[in-house]
Design a protein around this ligand. Structure first.
Ligand code: NAP
Ligand code: ZN
Length: 352
């Protein structure tokens, strides 16, 4: 066992604070990683505050992990000490069900999330995530990270990146299509970059007029203030696909009405309380679809990382010491993040 230092939520109401725990011994198939950077996802905040009602404490959040391999087990083939490596939202799955066989481990009924999941390898304990200095993960769930990209800005690809890349690929977004991204936060800004890189005419919907110029710089061809009904009306019946990343309950009909016949809107935001029910008429009269998507499998996550290395795509980040995590959570709640906080894990040593 190796002692790990971290920041943890101890209950839904208190600020995150220092916490020490043990990581398991490196098994034959395991990779041990010294964590260098970890992104801060809105899901970390939802779970630290038990907004989804499934939290266990203490909780060490963090599923946008990049670092350097320090040790590998005897059966490990893909990694050696000194390599860069990444870990996203998943650390295990059954490996045999139809979802796993198709490389869609995120849908496996026995998948284990990087934190706040029962830890099969350490029974009785929860998995602990990346707001910590080291992690031990099965090689199958460890990703190769290119040294071509800024490492801190690569961390958010492990969740915000794959969660937007996967649905844009699944719905075959590409040239000749008009595609909307709703919300310019961690996920949304990656959605804009990918939709643009895939060749679509990309429109960003935001509630924040102060983000218009940034959205254009990030790749949006047009920006629409979603609270402005007149601006919204100009885009009625014109979209092939809309990816909605908003983390709060809101009126979905204002976006459904912008889809063409047979168009789809995919939700990836997971608000703490339900959206108002969408209008059935909006769906049936134009045969529109309202869908959802969950992160992405390991194979597709590696494909996305390789695509980013090839096309020089990273996240726009604000690097913070771990001591500022509670302020960062408050700023995320105010939609004041440009466009992903990333924790410099070196700062943990000062806290220990
Ligand atoms: P984030 O950085 O906080 O971004 C969310 C954005 O939504 C905000 O920046 C804001 O953009 C917009 N927004 C916030 N409140 C709003 C409101 N009341 N009405 C309309 N727009 C609002 O969050 P994130 O890290 O990107 O995560 C987004 C959501 O996806 C969270 O619920 C998270 O848990 C979920 N998530 C899901 C998956 C999955 O696999 N499906 C994976 C990761 C995260 P503007 O200022 O531009 O309006
Ligand atoms: Zn996430």
């Amino acid at each position: 066992m190796t002692k790990a230092i971290s920041y943890a939520a101890h209950d839904p109401k208190s600020p995150l604070s220092p916490f020490t725990f043990e990581r398991r011994e490196v098994g034959a198939n395991d990779v041990q990683i010294e964590i260098l950077y970890c992104g801060v996802c809105h899901s970390d905040l939802h779970q630290a505050r038990d907004e989804w009602g499934n939290s266990t404490f203490p909780m060490v959040p963090g599923h946008e992990i990049v670092g350097r391999v320090t040790q590998v087990g005897s059966h490990v083939k893909k990694f050696k000490a000194g390599d860069l490596a990444g870990v996203g939202c998943l650390v295990d799955s059954c490996g045999t069900c139809p979802d796993c066989a198709e490389g869609l481990e995120q849908f496996c009924n026995q998948s284990v999330f990087t934190y706040n999941s029962p830890d099969k390898q350490s029974p009785g304990q929860s998995t602990y995530g990346g707001y910590s200095n080291l992690i031990v993960v099965d090689e199958r769930f460890t990703l190769k990270i290119s040294d071509k990209l800024n490492l801190a800005a690569t961390a958010p690809l492990l969740c915000a990146g794959i969660t937007t890349y996967s649905p844009l690929r699944h719905w075959n977004v590409g040239p000749g299509q008009k595609v909307g991204i709703v919300g310019l936060g961690g996920l949304g800004h990656m959605g804009v970059k990918f939709a643009k890189a895939f060749g679509a005419h990309t429109v960003l919907f935001t509630t924040s007029p102060s983000k218009v110029e940034d959205a254009k710089r990030l790749g949006a061809d047009e920006v629409v203030i979603s609270k402005d009904a007149a601006q919204m009306q100009q885009h009625a019946l014109s979209f092939d696909f809309i990816l909605n990343t908003v983390a709060a309950p809101h009126d979905l009909d204002q976006f459904m009405g912008l889809l063409k016949r047979d168009g789809s809107m995919c939700l990836v935001g997971v608000p703490d309380s339900p959206h108002p029910s969408p209008s059935v008429a909006n769906l049936i009269f134009k045969r529109r679809k309202l869908a959802g998507s969950l992160i992405g499998g390991i194979k597709e996550t590696q494909e996305m990382l390789d695509f980013c290395a090839e096309h020089n795509i990273t996240s726009d980040i604000e690097l913070i010491p771990i001591q500022e995590i509670n302020t960062a959570f408050e700023r995320i709640l105010k939609s004041d993040v440009k466009y992903r906080f990333v924790i410099d894990i070196a700062s943990l040593k000062q806290a220990a």
